[in-house]
Structure formats: C-alpha cells, structure tokens
Design a protein around this ligand. Sequence first.
Ligand code: 2P0
Length: 358
Amino acid sequence: MQRYQNPSLILESANIKEGKVHWTCPSNIALIKYWGKHGLQLPKNPSISFTLDNAVTTTSVSYVASNDNRISFDFIFNNSRRDDFKPKIQTFLERISVIFPFLKQLHLTIESTNSFPHSTGIASSASSMGALALCLCTLEEKLFGTSMPKNEFYRKASYIARVGSGSASRSVYPVAALWGEFADIKDSSDEYAIPVQDLLHPVFQSFQDHILIVSAEEKSVSSTIGHALMDGNIYADSRYQQAKSRLHFLMPALKSGDLETFGKILEDEALTLHALMMTSNPSYLLMRSGTLSIIEKLRTFRMSTNIPAYFTLDAGPNVHLLFPENYTEIMSDFIQNELSQYCNGNIINDKVGLGPKV
Ligand code: 2P0
C-alpha cells in the first residue's frame, strides 16, 4: 500500500459539503486466468482480459460529513438496502483508508445496479469494485480540487480496484488489460493493470462474447476460496509458469490477429482453470453437463465450418463464446438452434467494450 498512501488527504471539517459522484464500469473476461494470489491481493501469475460492453455496474457514492473517525456507509443494491454485502466493502474501505484518509470524515451512501442479473456467474465483483474504485478516485479529485493526468487516474483506480477484487484491476480500461508482472511488457505490474488495447489487432477490438448461462445458481465454492485452495495444489508452481509461457505466445497472436493460436490458448486456459479446481484439496467441480455439451458441440461445429469461434469459462459453469464480429449472424443462429437448450435460452450477447464511463 506504499505507493498511494497520502496522510495529507484530510479535509477541513468545517468546509465539508455534501455531494455525489457516479461511474459505470464493465466486467471483463480473462483470456489468461488469474488463479492464485498472495499478500494483499497480489497475483501469482500475470493475466489478460477483454473488457466487456453490456455487462456493467453503475455506482454512485453520495457523501456527507461525519465526526465518527471511522468507516461509515450504507450499501444499496438494485434499490434495496443490502447489509449482507457490507462486510466485503467494509474490509475494502478499511484497507484503502491509508490512501484516502478522508473516508473516515464522511458517511457514504453507495448505490449500485448491475445491467446483468446478480449471481449469473458474470464477474460482478470486477465491475462493482471497478466502479467503486473509480468513484473514490473521482471523490478525491472533487474534494481536494485536484486533477490527475488521465493515465495516472486510471492507474490509481486500477490499483484501488485490485485491493477490492483482483480481477477488478483489469476492468477500468477499454478493450483489454494486462495485470501482473510480465517480462515481455515493460510497464506491467502486480499492483495494477495496464491498458493493452494498442497491442491488439483490429479483429480483436470488436470481438463478440456471447455468454451462455448454464446455471445462475450461487457457486458452491467462491472464487476467494478457489484462490486460497491454490496454496495447497500440487500443480500450482507449474501452473504459474504455464500462465507466463501461454501469455508469451498469446501476445504476438493478439498483435497479428492469429485467431487459431488465440483460440487454442483461450480454450486451454479455460480447461486448465477448471482442472485446477478438480485437483484442489478438497476437489470441486463448477462445470455442469450443459457446459460440456456446449463445448463439444462448439468444437464439432468449428471442425465442420472452420469458423474461428472459441470458448472460455470463468470460475463457474457458464460458457463464453468468443468470435470475430463478422460471424455474429451465423453464430447467433448456431447458438439459438444448437446450444440454447443447454442454458434455457439464457444468453447475454456481449462484446469487447470501450471501458468505464462517468
Ligand atoms: C480471472 N477469476 O482472471 C479469474 C479467472 C475467475 C476465473 O479473478 O478474491 O473475484 O476478489 O481477488 O477477482 C475471480 O476472482 O477474486 C477471478 P478476488 P476475483 O478473472
């Protein structure tokens, strides 16, 4: 937490006016997965993701003066008070109060809505922590009358978001982001993600991600527990090496538009993530029979049509189908006719997006 600690960010209590800040932040889908962490939400391997477009969280933070000298807030989700979400946010705000000491001089009302149903397996912690981190960075600027250069603002927001949820660090940039130290990319860091849109071939900048919701039930094992189980996984060390090696081959494919290499690595990563779950102690399985049926049908379809459509999985049973924009019509037909039976027609049509919006 050294980097952004700033004890001077204290307000003159007599001058605190009330106000409100807003941000909308998208979710993201990892191509190379972050799975395993240490310290304060630092990754064991670098990861890279596409930023999504439609799956977003919109958050507002209203503030008034408070004399308690402690973190004080209410949390409202989809217009209802949700005290069950408060502990995670409380821990987050406590952790970052060394960066934003003024938080203990305020009472916050945090209001969030998601564009997608909660607990569908879409990474809601990425978009929600991303939106909250952006709100807090804007709050600092508003209260102290400062303005950071844009790239520094987003870097700080990414750092703050990472403390809330690792994958959230990647959600604050348009198109694609890389988080974690990686020798091939100079500015990469374990502490924050960096934008990598400029390292992508145009075909990836409008890539589609149609998400097939095989199950919207709460996961039996949360990502937080999943990460922790990596500590005892006998494959952990080779996995962390493998992630770096795959990233080393993925980056040139993203640059040149090599869809075949991209797709192979994408699918290998998804299956590796779930293999790590199956080889944890205790072992667990988040894929469902529908997940496997979709994967098999997609692979058969790809063999027979040569359409470069590939799958990936998050930490859940739902399948993300990724393909170039010009195949949207034929893929939508294929999904409707062949795959929608495995997800009760529950499909979110998303694509690579342009990042957060004020
Ligand atoms: C990722 N996932 O790279 C990986 C792949 C899910 C599968 O990061 O404990 O919610 O908040 O840092 O970010 C999900 O874990 O975990 C995740 P925390 P997070 O997107």
